[in-house]
Each structure stands twice: as C-alpha cells, then as structure tokens.
Design a protein around this ligand. Structure first.
Ligand SMILES: Cc1ncc(COP(=O)(O)O)c(C=O)c1O
Length: 401
C-alpha cells in the first residue's frame, strides 16, 4: 500500500497510530463495508486524501484556515484550583475555544477543503450534538459550498440552539424520524442520501467511524489536537510528557486526535465513554455504517440503542482504531453516567470558570473519580481534552439543576 508519508519519512507502525493496514484495517477492525456505489466513492475520497495530505500546498492552506478562521492553536490551560482539590496536576486542552466551540471544526475544515479540491460543490453531514453540523455549515459558508445536515428529531429537540445556528449559516437541516431519532439514524440517512449524489457531494463524516478512509482521515485531521498539546506540554511543564492523557469518546474523534500525539510515548491513554453508549467497553464485533468495529447489540446481532445525556456520546459503537487500541492494551476505556457528568460540569464551572460540553464533562468526571480512588497517582500529570463548550447544553442543564 502506498503511503502518503513515504516521500518524507517511513509510516509509523500501526500501534503508534500511523497509517492503517491494507483496506483500512486497524487490527481486525475497519474496512469498507458499503454498497458498490459508495465503495467507489470512498476509493475516490481515499485517493484525493492521499494526494492532498502529501501536498504541502494543501497542508499550508489548511493550517492557515485553522489559524485564521478556527483560532488555533488552542491554549493548554492548567486547572489550578481543581488540581489542588484533586491532588493531581490537571491540564486542559481547550478545544472549546475554537471558532464554533468544539474540536469538530478541525476535521470539517480539512474535509471541506478536500471537497473543493475534488470539485464537489456540496457537503452532506450527520450530526448528533449539532457541533459537527454547525462546523459543517460554517465551513460550507466559508468556502462557498452548499450544506445538507441530517439530524435525529430527538437531537433536534435537545440541541435546538445548534439547529438554529446551522440554519442561520445557510445549511439545510433534514429531520430524521427513524429509530431512536438520534445520531445512528441520522448517519444511516446521510449515507443513504449520499448513494444518489456521490458525483456532486462529499459526505463529511463527523467522527472516526464509517468506511475506510474516514476513520484514518478524520484522525489525521484531528491529530492537530495531540500534536499541539504535546508541544505545549513539553514547553510548559517540566515533566515533558503527561503521565495520563484523557478524552471522551463518542465515535472517538477528539480522543483519536489527542491520543495520536502521545501514542509513541509512555503516557497512559484513557477514553471515557457514556455508560449507555459504551461501544469499546460493552460492544461486540459487528458491522455498521460501512465499518467493522465494536457495537452494542442484542443476542440476534441487532444494534441496540445507546443513551447518554450528552447527545454526542450516544452512538452505539466506537471507531475501529479505538477497538484496536483497546485490544492492544494501548488505551483503556472506562465509563461515566449522566449524574456524574453533570456533577463534573458544575464543578468545572465553579472552580475554573469554564462551562464544558456535557461530552467533555464525562472525561472530567472520570478524572475526578480516578484521582479520588488513587488510580491517578497523587502529584501525577493529567492532560484532558476539553472537546467543547457547554453553551449548547444549557437548556438540558437548566431543566436538571
Ligand atoms: C463537544 C463534543 N465532544 C465530543 C463529541 C464526541 O465525538 P467524538 O467522540 O467524535 O469526539 C461530540 C460529538 O458531537 C461533541 O460535540
């Protein structure tokens, strides 16, 4: 398999989050399980991505968009008061401070730029929490593309603010009424729609899920989180590399991007899933949305519904690379429930003046728990990706607090 890195440096081994093996495999996971027309479309996306990623011109334009439009680099913030209370040294990678308020913008700017390079004039996307939809609508407006975003009706109710933002930005939001009316159903609908319009539209997948090359490509576009955090940590903290690296996992894009920056170090990697959506924790091998990975299933192999108070975490599976990292023992996956996440959100607001997205609050809740139980040794360093800000969740929180 030809490597985009081969002209500059050898591809790092798969275990350190390099390029997947042939046909997009991470261990026994990944692949391209899709109807023939989408297999061809994915092949085109892969070829375009390989060429773009090896092209310094593309990389420079993307870096420029990330700096000028998305506000990168995002800061690494020491959580001073909370650290003191927990007995560990906690640093927050502030993806909440990007334009549009979450890490989703990193991937979307990459894919939108790729779409224009492929001559596509339209973006199709699915969204759960709405952050990926808002990022897609934003990038489309910026680059003069049309955007169509599929969203479950239940998520549209929970994330009404983001629905308004997408429409304000000129995107069409298509309500999805099937199934649990959340992210899984929106993704199915978006893929179905893409089948008929592959020649004109690029499907902008929002996480490290879906058929090859999406899990790999999205991780590469999110790698900027881990790379920046590693350089910032090395410059600002005497220990050089954090002892622990923690991120929440829905499909797993912010975690994959964060882990990629530290996979070849001694840092211990932790992915935090919602109790009701724990693909890596409780999922079994299956195929969904064009990809072989771990999914919540019943005894007949039917995908079961996930639940989380955080709309971005109730996907019933996990990206294939996370399944592989779990098997290798390179990353550990743990779970947090709704109540604990809400408690962590309030605690961060009151100790550090930061209202996190409920997704990110899951990661924080686990840090709080693990510091309390001694699982994170006293005085050790913890880097946690704060994947998004909590504005979108205030109406949910208002009803509960
Ligand atoms: C703020 C935020 N964090 C995390 C996630 C989970 O996605 P992923 O696991 O791909 O990072 C989402 C998804 O919508 C989100 O909006």
């Amino acid at each position: 398999m030809r490597s985009v890195l081969s002209r500059q440096e050898p591809a790092p081994p798969e275990e350190t989050m390099g390029e997947p093996r042939a046909r997009g495999r991470f261990g026994e996971y990944g692949g391209r399980y899709a109807p023939e027309s989408l297999v061809e479309a994915c092949r085109e996306v892969e070829e375009a991505f390989r060429q773009a990623w090896a092209d310094p011109g593309f990389r420079n334009t993307l870096a420029d968009l990330l700096a000028v439009h998305a506000g990168r680099p995002t800061p690494l913030t020491p959580a001073r008061r909370l650290s003191q209370a927990l007995g560990v040294r906690l640093y927050l990678k502030r993806e909440d401070l990007t334009h549009t308020g979450s890490h989703k913008i990193n991937n979307v700017l990459g894919q939108a730029l790729l779409a224009t390079r492929m001559g596509r004039r339209r973006l199709i996307a699915e969204t759960g929490a709405g952050q990926h939809g808002v990022a897609t609508a934003t990038a489309a407006a910026l680059l003069g593309l049309r955007a169509t975003v599929f969203m479950g009706e239940r998520d549209m109710e929970r994330q009404a603010l983001n629905v308004f933002r997408m429409r304000m930005l000129g995107a069409e939001v298509v309500p999805v009424t099937a199934g649990s009316r959340t992210l899984k159903d929106a993704t199915s609908e978006a893929m179905r729609h893409w089948v008929g319009v592959t020649g004109e539209a690029h499907y902008c997948v929002g996480s490290v899920v879906g058929p090859d090359p999406y899990p790999w490509m999205v991780r590469e576009f999110q790698r900027v989180i881990g790379d920046e955090a590693r350089a910032q940590f090395a410059a600002e903290v005497r220990t050089g590399v954090p002892d622990h690296v923690v991120a929440c996992v829905g499909g797993g894009s912010n975690a994959a991007g964060t882990f990629a920056g530290f996979a070849d170090t001694a840092a211990r990697l932790f992915g935090v899933e919602a109790e009701g959506g724990a693909g890596a924790g409780r999922g079994r091998l299956g195929v969904l949305h064009g990809c072989r990975s771990l999914f919540l299933q019943d005894d007949d192999g039917q995908i079961t519904e996930a639940h989380s108070i955080a709309a971005g975490l109730d996907y019933p599976g996990v990206g294939p690379e996370h399944a592989h990292l779990r098997d290798l023992g390179r990353a550990r996956y743990v779970t947090v429930g709704d109540e604990e996440a809400i408690g962590a959100a309030v605690r961060l607001a009151r100790t550090e003046g930061i209202v996190p997205a409920l997704e990110s609050a899951h990661a924080l809740a686990w840090v709080i728990r693990a510091a309390g139980s001694g699982e994170l040794a006293a005085g050790s360093t913890v880097l946690m990706t704060l994947s998004g800000r909590g504005d979108k969740d205030v109406s949910t929180l208002k009803e509960l607090l």
